[in-house]
Design a protein around this ligand. Structure first.
Ligand code: ZN
Length: 183
């Protein structure tokens, strides 16, 4: 079987699911494989084929029953990933009107509120919380919702500003509003 994904991804089941990236590809955070929608569909079909193979066995014992069930579950899991990716609005989503980032000192986290012009995009998130650390903030940048990815850039900016303020002994920066001209 020709595999263009490279070594390392071949045996990965993409158990963490796939995430939308900025292009039209989906990324497995575990192995780094990037699949187009067709690649994801092929990945679903592979599970269906494996399941069908187990049903084609003539002799059925307890073990092969377990295998069948497992493979059926894998088909469902992959289909769910595919349906979720298909339902992500791509490209056409409305941009937010305003993003409010505030720092919660108690939880050492950022609370990010996304305000949309009406009508709000279907399924568009309005609130995201993220730990006040660069890694989790950067991880948000591969979120399937493009507006959450946009907001994560603003959280990153705010985080950098806040770090600077801490270094320069300024009064703590607690919130910042980003208006549409800054988004
Ligand atoms: Zn993977």
């Amino acid at each position: 079987m020709g595999d263009l994904m490279g070594i390392g991804s071949e045996n990965c089941l993409h158990l963490g699911g796939l995430r939308a990236t900025t292009g039209s590809e989906f990324l497995c955070p575990a192995c780094g494989a990037r699949l187009g929608l067709e690649g994801v569909e092929r990945w679903v079909r592979e599970a269906e084929d494996a399941r069908d193979e187990s049903y084609a066995l003539v002799e059925v014992d307890e073990f092969s029953e377990i295998v069948r069930e497992e493979r059926q579950r894998e088909v469902y899991r992959r289909r769910k990933v595919l349906y979720e990716l298909r339902s992500v609005p791509r490209g056409l989503s409305a941009r937010p009107e305003m993003i409010l980032v505030s720092y919660d000192p108690e939880g050492d986290a950022y609370d990010c509120r996304i305000f949309y012009k009406e009508p709000r995009p279907a399924g568009g998130l309005e609130r995201v919380s993220v730990e006040a650390n660069l890694d989790p903030i950067l991880e948000l940048k591969s979120h399937p919702d493009p507006n959450v990815r946009l907001a994560s850039g603003k959280v990153e900016e705010f985080h950098a500003l806040r770090q600077e303020g801490v270094r320069e002994d300024q009064p703590p920066l607690l919130r910042r509003v980003f208006y549409s001209n800054e988004l």
